[in-house]
Design a protein around this ligand. Structure first.
Ligand code: ARG
Length: 569
């Protein structure tokens, strides 16, 4: 489609001494469309040109040869140049593009670039909790969007399937395995064993020593320890899979921490050669004080076993070699900010090309709390994700029972609405914000929620059903969509691809969620302002087609966030 920003920037670059590409970033979309479709603020030029912004704007306008078929009008308002696009032309372009492509907004700007996304990563034998949900949902949305823009995207579930806690679990299992029904309810039962063995470790130093030994044995490949560990892993994964099935999550790789067990000696060797790896109380550490990080990175514990950080370093080496990544994103809670600072700093010592170390990026997100209190593993009041999703589904079901008892296939719709509500909630605010999980809010059909987006989509569907047809693009008279609310929708739809690019620039899926809310609201205005099925055939065709386009963009956008649309609700 025509890139209007580019056209404007190009013309302005002939007048002022700034590169086209840079000028493009200055151009804004005015909040109020009466100020035009695009605005160029002159404030940043004032210092260099030593003139007041309104005078600069006048000067540029005088020299600008841009008014014509595409850009109809340029106006100076204060320090801004406002540009008015030929609306009919824009409408034609947007709707024609919609008609041509099943996958509107898809592009190949990412062609040839490899993006590794590390997300979800729950811990074996521990509950899959609501914090992992955020990672799963944010990472999943980024994965879909990068892929849609043509990037070669690799989604990795870096499972927490290794570490000293497994030494403890193995010990607990040896002692009391038979007392627990692990096959039946693995994670709950293993959690009980874990709590019990921890208690015993506190009372008896010798038990703790045995636990440490077990992990060492596991690292050294002891068959018995390995067999138990494998069982824990397999049973836990089965349970996690139920959550992934509900959410529709997929991964290209399930290489968890244990996968790197035989790849850590190399890391230690490389670090050793740098001379930066030093002994401290029997452990091997890298001091990062001179990098402004006060806590050293522990590479090897005093008993010789490895750490979470070492496994992440081995993973960086592996991912650089095997995926040749341009970016490697880690979608992990902001609580691990220090960990990633340390790991990324130490990674610079691994002898990798700068391309890789520059591509490492922690994508942090805020904590989730229930309206009734904090949700943390330590405080023991964890909400299990599977229960939460099932609760969302059953709440959605009762709302449907109440509002539309005759609906077909209620189960399926309730699933889409309930799960969609939870996903959307996690993506609706900028990710770094802490979030309060409030049932009434997330399931409110009128609020800025997943169900509201789905409801709007369903409304577009029912309009199309009433109309009984979708017109051919050739039949559309584009000037029939000149009213304010139609224009708003067209402008939004035009922006879709740009929105997706912004998501990848900021690793921020909420940009897309907010956008979908904007579209839904604009459609609501359009629907209130205009009758869609009218006498005048040309007007009706145009409005039906616009309705169809809104539905299409909502559906594609929601899908990219991981949300399925019901056809009725
Ligand atoms: N399993 C970890 C946790 O639950 C998250 C792992 C994140 N990914 C990574 N490469 N460190 O806290």
């Amino acid at each position: 489609m025509t890139n209007f920003k580019n056209i404007i920037a190009k013309e302005i670059s002939k007048i002022v001494n700034i590169q086209e590409k840079e000028l493009e970033t200055y151009i804004e979309v005015p909040k109020d469309s009466s100020n035009g479709d695009y605005a160029f603020p002159c404030f940043r030029l004032a210092k260099e040109l030593k003139k007041a912004p309104p005078i600069i704007a006048e000067d540029i306008k005088e020299k600008l040869k841009i008014e014509g078929e595409t850009i109809e009008k340029v106006e100076v308002v204060g320090g801004y140049l406002n540009f008015y696009i030929n609306q009919k032309l824009l409408t034609k372009e947007v709707l024609t593009e919609i008609s041509k492509k099943e996958e509107y907004g898809k592009s190949d700007i990412g062609k040839g670039k490899n993006i590794v996304i590390d997300y979800s990563a729950p811990n074996i034998a521990k509950p899959f909790h609501i914090g992992h949900l955020r990672s799963t949902v944010i990472g999943g949305a980024l994965y879909n969007i990068y892929k849609y823009l043509g990037y070669n995207t690799i989604g990795i579930n870096h499972l927490g399937d290794y570490g000293t806690q497994f030494g403890k679990l193995i010990e607990g299992y040896k002692l009391w395995g038979k007392e627990y029904n692990i096959e039946e309810d693995p994670i709950n039962e293993l959690t009980k064993i874990y709590i019990r063995i921890n208690q015993l470790c506190k009372e008896d130093e010798k038990v703790l020593e045995r636990c440490r030994m077990n992990f060492k044995l596991l690292e050294d490949g002891d068959p018995y320890c390995k067999e138990i560990w494998e069982k824990f892993r397999e049973l836990s994964l089965k349970e996690f899979q139920r959550v992934y099935d509900l959410l529709g999550s997929k991964f290209d790789s399930w290489n968890g921490e244990a996968f790197y067990s035989d790849k850590m000696p190399e890391v230690i060797q490389i670090l050793d050669k740098t001379g930066k790896l030093v002994e401290s109380e029997g452990a091997k550490i890298i001091d990062l004080e001179d990098k402004g990080i006060n806590t050293p990175c522990i590479i090897q514990k005093s008993n010789g076993s490895t750490t979470y950080a070492t496994r992440d370093l081995a993973a960086i080496l592996y991912r650089a070699r095997n995926y040749d990544f341009d970016k490697a994103l880690y979608v992990v809670s902001y609580e691990q900010t220090l960990h990633f600072k340390q790991v990324f700093e130490v990674a610079k010592l691994l002898g990798l090309d700068e391309k890789y170390t520059n591509g490492l990026k922690h994508v942090p997100f805020g904590m989730v709390s229930l309206s009734t209190g904090k949700m943390s593993t330590r405080e023991g009041n964890i909400v299990k994700l599977e229960e939460l999703l099932n609760e969302a589904i059953s709440r959605a079901k009762s709302i449907i029972e109440e509002k539309n008892p005759d609906l077909e296939d209620k189960e399926n719709v309730a699933k889409k609405v309930g799960v969609g509500a939870v996903i959307f909630n996690d993506l609706s605010n900028s990710r770094i914000k802490d979030e309060i999980f409030d049932w009434n809010q997330i399931l409110n059909f009128q609020g800025e929620t997943g169900p509201y987006i789905q409801y709007t989509y369903v409304r577009t569907k029912s309009v199309l059903e009433k109309a009984g047809y979708i017109p051919q693009i050739e039949e559309i008279k584009f000037d029939k969509l000149g009213d304010e609310s139609s224009k708003n929708i067209i402008n939004l739809i035009y922006n879709f691809e740009n929105i997706l690019e912004q998501v990848t620039q900021k690793e921020e899926p909420s940009i897309l969620s907010r956008y979908l809310i904007d579209i839904a609201k604009s459609f609501s205005n359009f629907y209130n302002d205009n009758k869609i099925l009218v006498e005048d055939k040309d007007t009706q065709n145009a409005r039906v087609y616009l309705t169809y386009s809104v539905g299409k963009v909502l559906k594609i956008g929601a899908k990219l966030l991981g949300i399925d649309m019901p056809n009725k609700m």
